[in-house]
Design a protein around this ligand. Structure first.
Ligand code: 6PG
Length: 234
C-alpha cells in the first residue's frame, strides 16, 4: 500500500491540491477533459477550500460525487452542500459540469438518475480520471459500509444503501460501487485524525474492510494521511 504522511493539515492539503491539479492537467492534455469523483464527509472541506483559490481553469473539469446522503442539497448533511460552500460557490465552472446526486429523490430513484447521468457521460464503461475517497473509522469508504449488500453489487454503477448504525448521519445513501471505483485511472484517499489510526493499521495488516477493497486495476490507491491517522502504521 502507498502511504504518504504529513505532519500538518496544511501540508496534507497542499499535497492533495498538487496531485489534483497535476492529474487534471494531464487528463485534459491527454483526452480533453478531467472527470473526478469527489468524496464527502468533513475531511475534504479544507482541500476544496484550497482548490477554490487555486489559479485554475474549471472549464474542462467534470465533478461527480462518490456518494451522497439522501437529503435535499441544502440540508446540513448534504455532501453537495459541503462542496458548494467550500468550492462550487467560489469557482467559474459550467453548470453542466456539475453532476449532483439528486439526494432529494427516494434512494432508489436518486441512484437510478445518477446512473443515467454517469452512463450518459461515460458510455459503456465508467472511467474516472481521479477518484477522491475518505475512510470512516469503521473502515467504510464512500457509502460502502461493512456488511452492506452494496458491497456485492457488480452490475449497477450507483446503488441505494441503507445506513442505520453509526457512524452518523443515519440516513439512506446513494453510493458508487466497487466496479466504478476500481475502474478509475487514479484513486487517492485523504484520511486525517487519530480516530482512523487503528482501522488504518488493520487495513495495512490485511483486514478486509470496504476501504481495503478499493483496488484499481490501473494501480493501487495513494493514501494521503496526517500524522494522527498514520499513528499506528508500521
Ligand atoms: C460520507 C463520505 C464518507 C466519508 C467518511 C469519512 O458521505 O460520509 O463520503 O465516506 O469519506 O465517512 O468522513 P470524515 O471525513 O467526516 O471523517
Amino acid at each position: 500500500m502507498k502511504f504518504e504522511t504529513y505532519s500538518t493539515s496544511s501540508a496534507l492539503v497542499e499535497r492533495a491540491t498538487e496531485f489534483f491539479m497535476q492529474t487534471a492537467a494531464q487528463s485534459i492534455q491527454a483526452h480533453g477533459r478531467f472527470a473526478v469523483s469527489l468524496s464527502g464527509g468533513s475531511t475534504p472541506r479544507a482541500l476544496y477550500e484550497r482548490l477554490a483559490i487555486a489559479k485554475f481553469s474549471w472549464q474542462s473539469i467534470h465533478l461527480f460525487w462518490g456518494d451522497e446522503r439522501c437529503n435535499p442539497p441544502e440540508h446540513p448533511d448534504s455532501n453537495y452542500r459541503m462542496t458548494a460552500e467550500s468550492l462550487l460557490n467560489h469557482i467559474d465552472i459550467p453548470l453542466e459540469n456539475i453532476h449532483r446526486i439528486p439526494g432529494e429523490l427516494s434512494p432508489a430513484k436518486a441512484a437510478e438518475a445518477y446512473e443515467q447521468d454517469l452512463r450518459g457521460f461515460f458510455g459503456v464503461s465508467p472511467r474516472f480520471d481521479l477518484v477522491l475517497l475518505g475512510m470512516g473509522d469503521d473502515g467504510h469508504t464512500a457509502s460502502l459500509f461493512p456488511d452492506s449488500p452494496a458491497l456485492a453489487e457488480s452490475v449497477r454503477w450507483a446503488v441505494a444503501a441503507e445506513h442505520t448504525t453509526p457512524p452518523p448521519p443515519l440516513v439512506s445513501r446513494v453510493t458508487l460501487t466497487f466496479g466504478v471505483f476500481n475502474a478509475a485511472r487514479r484513486v487517492i484517499f485523504l484520511v486525517s485524525g487519530a480516530g482512523k489510526a487503528s482501522r488504518l493499521a488493520e487495513i495495512q495488516r490485511g483486514c478486509d474492510y470496504p476501504a481495503a477493497r478499493i483496488r484499481p486495476t490501473n494501480g493501487e490507491p495513494l493514501w494521503l494521511l496526517d500524522s494522527g491517522a498514520a499513528g499506528l502504521l508500521v
